[in-house]
Design a protein around this ligand. Structure first.
Ligand SMILES: [Zn+2]
Length: 470
């Protein structure tokens, strides 16, 4: 099998010790061990925080997965793959559609339902850790922000001075003022686009101003001198380009955003629902008197072999909610997952990690001997010791993460399920995530003329539902 590696590094996470080189090394070794042919690496290096996170290579990798050149994407750890659950679900769906499998060197999961749940639990954990981490980062940023230090991108109209503070660029500020004055006076955006082109105004990249660009300038309160970070505003730390009155006046000319409707209908149960004749049921739309009706219809197109989309999906979801709230199910899932972990971690890193740790301990002892015997001086000793300490700390952290993921308890699973429950009940999940959850837990839905059978993974029982509105 042919594989590519994906590595990501963000400077805010650098203390975890997994540099790009370390990730590449682990992936290379993993491929050697498993006999995969490693074609190349995709590497993203982010500068700061979550705002300017570079993801060019990630997207390139997703797009290349269509070419059929490789069957595996290998990451060092799942938290390198995506920034959050939704992101991950969507990206994984893309890979899956292209018959590409995602493998994590440390977590060693496959695509079984057990693994999918475990994966989302582990992801939940890394999300939790990264949130804690970003809290620390934010604390630092708040201090920097209050001093007017630039934390993100630099808007048109400013450059960074030598202390990384905003400095006004008069030529650009003139254009910003032009936009605000005219827009506040009632000139529409389209006219501003054309007029600014006629005047030869250009962005920093040398392009003419487009209407989204102008819109974002007109919506940026930074120009009034207030620096906003999250919910905090630091007044007067940025050179003023326009006054607050003009800014407020301009805002009144924005029309409320109209969200595009009719984004296409998603059939949530596709692939899981079958007619009693054995054929799959697929999405089907009929139009009567200008009104659209949606169904699932047997692929064999037998007369009467269809069911209303909404009624079937509502049944499936309420069935799923009941399933996820059952303590018995939670117990079964926990058992299944622990079995998977046990298999996955057979001969797994933990022992070699412990060995590695002991080797470092030994090195430290030797270093102390060398120092005490007077061969090296105190500075050299401290330097080398600090280096060893850091390496040991990293290994220790790896050992701990192995221990954490090697034992799932019902309460952890329950927590993960509650996350699903809350999100589904409040319709907070987007269609592709909901689809992922449904196909993880629901094995098969069979539609008969008078009832529906729902079969689940992790459970032998089948739940039968009476069909009320066929
Ligand atoms: Zn049929």
């Amino acid at each position: 099998m042919r594989a590519v590696g994906y590595c990501r590094f963000s400077s805010e996470n650098q203390q975890d010790g997994f540099s790009i080189e370390a990730q590449q090394k682990a992936i290379r070794e993993f491929c050697d061990k498993e006999g995969y042919e490693l074609l190349r690496f995709y590497v993203d290096e982010a500068k700061t925080g979550t705002t300017t996170e570079g993801r060019t290579s990630f997207l390139e990798m997703l797009s290349d997965s269509k070419k059929g050149e490789f069957q595996l994407v290998i990451v060092h750890k799942l938290d390198r793959f995506a920034r959050n659950r939704v992101d991950s679900a969507v990206s994984k769906k893309v890979l899956k559609d292209n018959d590409v499998i995602l493998i994590s060197v440390l977590e060693k999961l496959d695509n079984s339902p057990e693994s999918i749940i475990l994966e989302s639990v582990l992801e939940g954990m890394s999300e939790y850790y990264s949130q804690n981490l970003s809290r620390e980062v934010k604390k630092g940023m708040r201090i920097a922000g209050s001093m007017g230090r630039i934390l993100g991108s630099i808007p048109f109209g400013y450059i960074a001075d030598k202390d990384n503070k905003f400095q006004l660029v008069e030529d650009e500020a003139k254009i910003v003022r032009y936009f605000f004055n005219h827009f506040a006076a009632g000139v529409p955006l389209v006219t501003l686009v054309n007029e600014s082109m006629r005047l030869g105004y250009k962005t920093r990249k040398g392009n003419y101003f487009s209407s989204p660009t102008i819109r974002s300038i007109l919506a940026n309160s930074l120009y009034t001198g207030d620096y906003r970070f999250g919910k905090t505003i630091y007044p007067g730390v940025v050179p003023v380009i326009i006054d607050k009155e003009l800014f407020a006046k301009a805002q009144t000319h924005f029309r409320p955003h109209v969200t595009p409707k009719n984004k296409g209908v998603v059939y949530l149960l596709t692939g899981r629902v079958f007619h009693c004749c054995g054929a799959p049921m697929v999405g089907y739309k009929s139009i009567k008197k200008g009104q659209e009706y949606y169904y699932y219809r047997c692929k064999n197109k037998e007369p009467g072999a269809f069911i209303k989309k909404k009624s079937l999906e509502d049944t499936a979801i309420s069935c799923l909610l009941k399933f996820l709230s059952s303590d018995e199910v939670i117990g079964d899932v926990t058992k299944a997952i622990n079995k998977t972990i046990k298999n996955a971690s057979k001969g797994q890193d933990i022992n070699s990690l412990k060995k590695e740790y002991r080797a470092y301990e030994e090195k430290q002892n030797k270093l102390l001997d060398v120092y005490l015997s007077g061969v090296i001086d105190k500075d050299a000793y401290s330097l080398k010791k600090a280096e060893l300490d850091l390496q040991m700390k990293n290994v220790d952290r790896k050992i701990k993460s192995c221990l954490v993921s090697s034992k799932m308890t019902p309460s952890i699973i329950k927590g993960a399920f509650e996350y699903y429950l809350i999100n589904i009940k409040n319709s907070l999940m987007d269609d592709s995530s909901l689809q992922a959850v449904i196909s993880t837990f629901i094995k098969r839905i069979t539609v008969f003329s008078d009832h529906i059978d729902v079969e689940f993974n992790f459970s032998d029982s089948t739940v039968a539902y009476k069909r009320d509105n066929a």
